[in-house]
Ligand binder design. Sequence first.
Ligand SMILES: [Zn+2]
Length: 87
Amino acid sequence: MKGTEYMKVCVICDKCGKKHSVEIDLDQVDSYERGMGPEIFYEGEAEFICDGCNCGNKINVQIQASEYPEGDEIRVYNSFGSGGQIC
Ligand SMILES: [Zn+2]
């Protein structure tokens, strides 16, 4: 990994259903050697207030993602949080 990674995720508000495109900064937390080199694991978190019509819902999403093989697209494999869901 070189510098800070981030990824764009789609988050849907639990309260009003509005979809948000959110950039989440990722921190490298682990890596494992595999057949085609290291699989790199990341975690990231975003918190924002939904700007949907009269919504004001507070959304917190946390994601776990991995990159394999190195240099490939980072994929979310687990997400949790409150107020919204990854879509
Ligand atoms: Zn909302």
